[in-house]
Each structure stands twice: as C-alpha cells, then as structure tokens.
Design a protein around this ligand. Structure first.
Ligand code: SAM
Length: 301
C-alpha cells in the first residue's frame, strides 16, 4: 500500500506546535531531520529525548499519512496552526510501502569501527571469510543508532579498544541497541540496555535476536533498572542536558574503576560536563572530538 509523506520545513522554535498539529491530523509517524543537511544521509536524525528541544535551527519534519488523505485539508490545518510558515515550506510525495523507514537501507553500507568491529546493514551479507565475532547485523527500525552518526561512531570506537571479556556493560539510551550488541559481540558477558522510549527497547530486542546475543542482554526502562545494578563498563549517548542531570545516577550505576564514555555532546558543551563528572566521582577524564561532536571518557573512582 502506498503512503503519503508530508515534508514540512520550519524554524526549530515552531517544532512543538507543528508536532501537535500533525498529531491532531492523525499522522502515523513523525521524523525530525536537520533541514540544512544536503542529503537525507547527512541529515543527522538525532531523535530528541522526551521534552528536549532539537539541536538544529531549521528542521524538516517528515510525517506519514494514509495515501488517500486530502492534501489541501492538511495544508489548511498546518497554516492555521503555524501562521509563520514560509510559502513552499510544505511538500508531499507518495512513497511505496517498503520505502518508508527503509529508503536509507539502500545507501547504508558496512562500516568498520576501530580494529575489530564491523556494522553490517541487515540486507547485506558479510563475506564468508570475515570473522563473524565482531560483526553486528543491524536493522534500527524506528530507533536511533546505525553507526552513521558521529556520536554513535565515537562510542563504537571506544568499545572496540576495550577488553570486554566477561564484563557487564550498561548502555543508557540504547536506541537500536547498537552499542550493547557490539559489546556482546566483542566478548562482554552481559549488556543492559536502558531507554525511556519503549520503541527503542523493542528495536534493541529485535536487533539482539538477529545477532543471536539475546541471552546476554537485558533491556528496560530507566525506572525498571534494579536499584543495585552496577556495571563494569558504562556508556551513554544521549544529549548534554540529560547527561549533566543524570551524572549522580550514572556514578551509582558504575562499579569502582569502571571505564565509562559519554556521547551526544556538541563541541563547546564538554567543559561544563567535565566539571560535573569530576565532581560526581569520575576520574582520568578526557574529551575526544569528531566533526562537531565530543566523547567524554574516563573511569569511575
Ligand atoms: C542518540 S540516541 C543513541 C542510541 C544508541 N545508543 C547510539 O549510540 O546510537 C539516544 C537514545 O537515548 C534515549 N534517551 C534520551 N533521553 C533519555 C533518558 N533521560 N533516559 C533514557 N533514555 C533516554 C532516546 O530515546 C534514544 O533512543
């Protein structure tokens, strides 16, 4: 069945009103993209956490409707809800069933992180001679985390360097599960994936099953995490705001001397976070840059 995709380009400040209007219109899903990216590949889809504002000045929202929806009716409702909308900000196209959520799959290629780790899209078979132990087969579904985003790449490269044998990794903000699954493929005994988006927990479970690592994986919402859970290694790719807020919680979740990495930090935001994590009992801190993004890594005291 074909679908109707609406593209709406607007100022980031208008995003909450636009999302509310699209919800009222019965949009089946809404995806955010950086409107300044040249191609959808570069669009850096960075799903904002609950209640967080997006990172970009200008956004494109992609909304999906059933194919027979009245386009003019949709335009009228949006123009009423968003009087500042620029002429030409709204576009439509029909997309075939499989295209939605999956068009990127055609452009998504195997990628190597560090020395051992490979991410393969689900639709591409790794060559027989490649060591399967460090290959993650991925279908992110609706959740964030394919390895194409610099924040994920920073975490994957960090994981690749570690000796994970027999360890437990806690992946806070697991999205597609890419980091937890990579850790299991690299030899971790257990991984715990935590996310406040139930869709991400489904994607993580699905991807773990595809990679045959379900036995080592536990996924849950933040409030379901056992109070005495403590990890040998800790990674969180969220955003600077929640990372700052959650620092004491993360400190409690790490065993003494646990290596940890934080990502989702824009260049320029690392100074305050370094101070905050130092104050919360993390040591040997350093910032690693990639494009506009920063990874903070170090160790629990
Ligand atoms: C940028 S994605 C990272 C996904 C994956 N770990 C990766 O590195 O590609 C951030 C994820 O964190 C989740 N998230 C955001 N804020 C959170 C919070 N306060 N608690 C738990 N999960 C959160 C989002 O739902 C999203 O799935």
């Amino acid at each position: 069945m074909p679908w109707l995709e609406l593209q709406l380009t607007l100022d980031a400040a208008a995003q909450p009103d636009a999302e509310a209007a699209l919800e009222d219109l019965g949009a089946l899903s809404v995806t955010l993209m950086d409107a300044d990216a040249d191609t959808p590949d570069e669009a850096s889809i960075f799903e904002p956490g609950v209640g967080e504002t997006p990172l970009w000045q200008s956004l494109t929202l992609l909304a999906l409707f059933e194919a027979d929806r009245d386009r003019r009716g949709i335009v009228h409702v949006l123009q009423d809800a968003l009087p500042e909308l620029a002429p030409g900000a709204i576009g439509f196209r029909e997309v075939a069933d499989r295209d939605w959520e999956r068009a990127w799959m055609d452009r998504y290629r195997p990628m190597q992180f560090g020395r051992r780790l490979w991410i393969y899209p689900w639709n591409i078979e790794p060559p027989d001679d490649r060591d399967m132990s460090a290959i993650v087969r991925l279908d992110p579904g609706l959740a964030f985390g394919t390895g194409t985003h610099p924040t994920t790449a920073l975490c994957l490269e960090w994981l690749d360097r570690l000796d994970l044998a027999g360890k437990t990794l806690l992946d806070y903000g697991c999205g597609s599960g890419v980091l937890a699954i990579a850790a299991l493929k690299l030899g971790a005994a257990r991984a715990i994936g935590v996310d406040n988006d139930p869709q991400a927990l489904i994607a993580t479970r699905d991807n773990a099953a595809r990679n045959e690592v379900s036995d080592g994986l536990h996924v849950c919402l933040p409030n379901e995490l056992s109070t005495d859970a403590q990890a040998d290694l800790f990674v969180a790719n969220i955003l600077a705001g929640p990372l700052a807020e959650l620092a004491p919680r993360f400190a409690a979740l790490c065993k003494p001397a646990a290596p940890f990495a934080l990502s989702g930090i824009l260049a320029g935001q690392e100074g305050e976070l370094l101070d905050r994590y130092r104050a919360c009992g993390f040591v040997d801190l350093r910032a690693v840059h990639r494009e506009d993004w920063v990874r903070i890594e170090g160790m629990r005291e």
